[in-house]
Design a binder for this molecule. Structure first.
Ligand code: TRP
Ligand code: ZN
Ligand code: CA
Length: 450
């Protein structure tokens, strides 16, 4: 069995670099070097990379918070599910997005006898088959205005979306922003969205970033310990500004990323702490008050505009933009890594299925939506054959069915499989069964192109 992954590094460039090195060695004793410095590689030859995010103006984020505060004050002191303050908050966010060129939609659901609303905003463009989402819950509890929980996340996601518009960003991924209703009743809005997303649409969501409580008055800097690539993107931002982070442990699954995670979508997010107490070690590295809750006003009437730490809100808003820019504009993984198995496997006549295995390793994340399975089968009556691609978890994708009237020879074909619901690494099998008597054949080989 021969397994191989093609190396995409252009050999010619490597050779040229070696030649220069050798020359450098030859002339090392002669001073000054008679050769001009080697020219820098042409920019066109460099790998494309993600764009740098803009700074998110703290003043803009805070202006949204003061609007949420006014909305609560004008609507009985809260922005809770089923109350007028929720719908007014949604209209405020929606108007900003509409004016900025987003395609918005309001999704209704019923919870506890009241209508709930999710707001979804799509930024036109990007790869429709690779959607990067960011969201936050827009509802408060009924006891207060919910400025840290979760005006903070809602305002940061809004301002990030508006920054996308200001930059007229042309991301590689399609960007979708969401504001969820009824989170405080049990993640009801985000559950409703995920449950009502058709499986084909779900498979296109490459990641979901959640922002719930990111301006706590006695803040910690917590990063969700979920998808490694998303987690790294956030951590890289904080490393870059010299702020240590910790893994979020105040209740995994307690916010709107949970339904996405349950659906197999990579998730991540940021959090500055709720009712847990800041330790002295945490106060030492982050400042603030040890022995006190991260947010003493969590779920209470004092969660107003004064219940915000500006530095935390500023850093987390910038981190949100950094993640959207980095993950949203990174070049699509160049297709073309090929794995193959060229060992012959004979196919018994009208018999049991046979398989040929390709072990994929060293990749991250899921297989692509356009996984290519190249099949080379010799057979004297190919209508006898049923061919499946079996993913590492056992899910079978039918490549070819049997048909009594297809008397042609051989199956030499490349099938495109939407394997985006499958983890890339593991044992992939080509499963072939001959289901009718007389003609036989063999698998000559097959390959997977990621
Ligand atoms: N989602 C919770 C709320 O709105 C707050 C919360 C508690 C939280 N633990 C969390 C949010 C962990 C994100 C991560 O009441
Ligand atoms: Zn809450
Ligand atoms: Ca046969």
């Amino acid at each position: 069995m021969k397994l191989s992954a093609r190396d995409r590094t252009p050999g010619a460039r490597r050779l040229a670099a070696c030649t220069l090195l050798a020359l450098g060695g030859l002339i090392a004793s002669a001073a000054p070097p008679a050769l001009a410095a080697p020219a820098a590689p042409a920019p066109a030859a460099l790998a494309p990379s993600a764009l740098a995010a803009p700074d998110i103006p703290l003043a803009n984020v805070k202006a949204h918070l003061s609007q949420f505060s006014s909305i609560a004050a004008a609507n009985g002191g809260n922005r809770a599910h089923g109350r007028t303050g929720y719908k007014a908050s949604l209209e405020y966010v929606k108007a900003k997005l509409d004016a900025a060129g987003f395609t918005t939609s309001v999704q209704q659901f019923t919870a506890s006898g009241a209508t709930g609303y999710n707001l979804i905003a799509d930024w036109p463009g990007g790869d429709p088959n690779s959607v990067l989402m960011a969201g936050s819950h827009l509802d408060s509890v009924s006891s207060g205005a919910g400025i840290n929980d979760n005006g903070s996340g809602s305002a940061a996601v809004l301002e990030t979306a508006l920054a996308v518009s200001r930059a007229q960003l042309q991301p590689t991924k399609h960007l979708r922003f969401a504001w969820w209703g009824a989170e405080e009743l049990g993640l009801l809005g985000s559950k409703h969205y995920v449950n009502n997303l058709p499986a084909t649409e779900r498979a296109k969501v490459s990641g979901y970033l959640n922002f719930d409580m990111i301006g706590s008055p006695n803040p910690g800097y917590f990063v969700y310990d979920d998808d490694p690539a998303i987690e790294k993107t956030f951590k890289d931002y904080f490393t870059g500004i010299g702020v240590p982070t910790e893994i979020e442990t105040e209740g995994d699954g307690r916010s709107d990323h949970a339904p996405f995670k349950s659906a197999g979508i990579p998730v991540g997010g940021l959090f500055t702490g709720a009712s847990n107490t800041k330790t002295s070690a945490q106060a030492q590295k982050w400042g603030g008050t040890a022995g006190q809750a991260f947010d003493r006003c969590y779920h209470s009437s004092c969660d107003g505009t004064a219940n915000i730490n500006d530095t935390a809100l500023d850093r987390n808003s910038d981190a949100a933009a950094h993640a959207i820019w980095t993950l949203g504009t990174e070049p699509a993984v160049p297709p073309g890594d090929v794995y193959e198995n060229t060992t012959d496997v004979s196919i018994p006549d009208n018999g049991a299925a046979v398989t040929s295995t390709i072990t994929v390793s060293g990749r991250t994340g899921n297989a692509p939506a356009t996984l290519k399975a190249g099949v080379d089968i010799t057979h004297t009556w190919r209508g006898d054959l049923v061919v499946d691609l079996v993913a590492p978890d056992g899910t079978a994708y039918r490549l070819k069915s049997s048909s009594s009237n297809d008397s042609a020879d051989n199956v030499i074909a490349t099938y495109t499989v939407n394997a985006s619901a499958e983890v890339a690494n593991g044992d992939w099998k080509l499963r072939v069964q001959d289901v009718a008597a007389q003609d036989t054949g063999r698998i000559n080989g097959w390959k997977l192109t990621f």
